[in-house]
Design a protein around this ligand. Sequence first.
Ligand code: 5GP
Ligand code: MG
Length: 178
Amino acid sequence: MKEAITIKDKQFDLFIEHEVIEHEIMRVAQQINTELAERNPIFLVVLNGAFMFAAELMKEVSIPCEITFVRLASYQGTTSTNKVKEVLGLNEDIEERLVVIVEDIVDSGTTMTTLLQELTVFKPAEVKIATLLFKPAALKKKIQLDYVALEIPNDFIVGYGLDYNGYGRNLKDIYKVK
Ligand code: 5GP
Ligand code: MG
């Protein structure tokens, strides 16, 4: 893997190697297997950013479950816009189900707070959150994160599904902006 990369106008340094990421995802999967075995959860994967996390996580989740994909957007460039669009693509009936949101990163918490709010109309039994990354120092909302693979400082990162202006999602390691 490369120690440093350039995407458009920005330079990034290697931050978290994929072995570490995958080890932590495995830990989260085992926690889910233990805690949710009898709950028949439906995983709600938030596209695009969570696609790689979801693929790795779901390979290790061995309990009966369903997986579905939704789309919403709240981010432009390197700062949060605080604008979240509606939830698109939720075709499954989640009424009385345990929903586990699968997200790439929780930054200010605005996106997850809004998504939790939007899901209430579908009357799920309970909604849990699984996130690949969490920036505790950036959090502005009171929100419970049930499954967190990695806590990171308040820096802009790319890789493992996360992009900078559309690029870098395919990187198997995580890079931090210089
Ligand atoms: P929040 O609503 O919690 O402030 O932001 C969450 C969303 O912002 C994430 O789903 C992600 O799309 C984007 N985001 C937050 N921090 C980063 C980051 O460091 N890198 C990238 N690529 N996206 C981020
Ligand atoms: Mg996201």
